[in-house]
Design a protein around this ligand. Structure first.
Ligand code: AMP
Length: 171
């Protein structure tokens, strides 16, 4: 299956100069979405995850069906202020300013084998931050995975874990 046929590229969203890769069309196509989940499952299964962590918000759409398929737990990394109860935050640098993500304190057990998932990796800043947060909580991050990798931005280069990407754009 050519998954690229199921991804819609929208120019100048959310701001001028950004080519936004919209996975809505993939999610809306039952056969393509099932095939994508199965391909991701095959890629991450060898890492023997116990817990899948999804990054808000499209990472939830990727991690939740995979956790169900693989029989793993699922946990959320969210933007600050959205999770109830005790949480731990991690602040990271953006091109302009900073961003803060958080996880619930009881979401990750020490030594638990975790895979972090998002829809897309661009510069890798979001994925790096989520991995750092999971590690800070005592999790062992076995791998990261995503549907789309913008390889020309070299986000993979600065990850400290292997990255599985199902679709790659080279420019
Ligand atoms: P980055 O931290 O630069 O790797 O950006 C990755 C995060 O931003 C992911 O959560 C993506 O959902 C989102 N993102 C960045 N660039 C794009 C893009 N061109 N199309 C869709 N989502 C994007």
């Amino acid at each position: 299956m050519d998954f690229k046929e199921h991804i819609r590229a929208i120019p100048d969203f959310p701001k001028p100069g950004i080519l936004f890769y919209d996975i809505s069309t993939l999610l809306a196509h039952p056969t393509a979405w099932r095939a994508m989940v199965e391909e991701l499952a095959a890629a991450i299964r060898p890492h023997r995850p116990e817990l899948l962590v999804g990054i808000e918000s499209r990472g939830f759409l990727v991690a939740a069906p995979l956790a169900y398929a693989l029989g793993c737990g699922f946990a959320m990394v969210r933007k600050k202020g959205k999770l109830p109860g005790k949480t731990t935050r991690y602040t990271y640098d953006l091109e302009y300013g900073t961003d803060t993500i958080e996880v619930q304190d009881d979401a990750i057990s020490p030594g638990q084998r975790v895979i972090v998932l998002d829809d897309l990796i661009a510069t890798g800043g979001t994925m790096r931050a989520a991995i750092a947060l999971v590690e800070q909580q005592g999790g062992t991050v076995a791998a990261a995975a995503c549907i789309i990798e913008l390889a020309f931005l070299q986000g993979r280069r600065d990850l400290n874990v292997p990255l599985a990407a199902m679709i790659t754009y080279d420019r």
